[in-house]
Design a protein around this ligand. Structure first.
Ligand code: G
Ligand code: G
Ligand code: MN
Ligand code: NA
Length: 250
């Protein structure tokens, strides 16, 4: 049976769920939120990675109902967390092309009783490759409503720097491939330093992904990075576990 039909049924059969990876603020040394990551437990195949099924969802248009579900679930969970904590949601290019995306996002937040200022949208620069004027207008509308916009996977695309000139992102998320090189590669360290300086100069929050060791965390702190995410800080957690973690923060 085709994976497409399975994915169509997955929503109705409650096979999708969100897990949440905590985000550490290096200035205050506090957890300030989490990134929502989609998971699909297929009845036969087991856990299927979003890297595998998101492209399928994009090709088939299923990304629209699935994306809608992700937004409402992320807001529903955030509503049960302390009100100073944020939730980040990944959006694929196909979702940004939808003119009513800003309305969908705001409706999800309102319905859950979550302020849009607690929401962060993560996009990759490929979003700005096509239909860019229209996509930029959609991102501006979201931002006007108080939603923060993060540039995800920074450093892995084709022309990252030109996008920073065209849209005022609130946050730069450095791809985890760079952080893995801390203490190993001087050129990578130079690139991370430069990316951090550039983000700060553009008044962006600078977030390093894939932090797996205390050494990497100390290096990022010493080099002025604002936030860190990765297995060393916390693995993606099931909703009840992240809720418990957040209730017990001081
Ligand atoms: O969590 P994991 O490493 O398996 O994620 C793999 C990829 O899937 C990452 O690039 C991540 O951004 C993407 N991803 C995870 N959850 C979502 C989601 O809800 N929507 C979209 N569009 N992409 C997601
Ligand atoms: O593209 P995006 O940044 O949204 O992808 C996030 C993905 O990275 C998630 O699937 C998550 O499981 C994975 N991830 C998060 N922290 C780490 C880490 O410290 N090491 C590794 N190898 N993967 C991580
Ligand atoms: Mn992301
Ligand atoms: Na990323």
């Amino acid at each position: 049976k085709s994976m497409k039909l399975d994915l169509e049924a997955a929503l109705a059969r409650n096979e999708l769920r969100l897990v949440f990876q905590p985000l550490l603020d290096l200035g205050s040394d506090r957890i300030v939120g989490a990134e929502a990551l989609l998971r699909w437990r297929h009845p036969v195949r087991g856990e299927v990675s979003p890297a595998e099924f998101i492209p399928l969802a994009e090709d088939t248009g299923l990304i629209v109902p699935i994306g809608e579900w992700v937004l409402s679930e992320a807001c529903r969970h955030a509503a049960s967390w302390p009100v100073d904590l944020t939730v980040a949601v990944n959006l694929s290019p196909a979702q940004i092309r939808d003119e009513i995306l800003p309305l969908r996002v705001l409706a999800a937040a309102l319905k859950a009783g979550v302020s849009p200022s607690r929401l962060e949208i993560e996009i990759t620069e490929s979003v700005l490759l096509h239909d860019s004027d229209r996509n930029l207008a959609i991102l501006h509308a979201l931002r006007t409503a108080g939603v923060r916009i993060a540039l995800d996977d920074f450093g892995t695309g084709y022309s990252s720097l030109s996008y920073l000139r065209r849209f005022p992102f609130d946050k730069l998320k450095l791809d985890r491939c760079f952080v893995g090189d801390i203490g190993v590669s001087r050129p990578s360290e130079a690139i991370i330093r430069a990316a951090g300086e550039m983000g700060r100069a553009l008044a962006m929050t600078t977030t390093a992904e894939g932090v797996e060791t205390a050494e990497q965390l100390a290096w990022l702190r010493a080099n002025g990075w604002s936030q860190a995410q990765g297995y060393h800080i916390g693995r993606p957690l099931e909703a009840p576990a992240v809720g418990a973690l957040f209730r017990n923060l001081d």
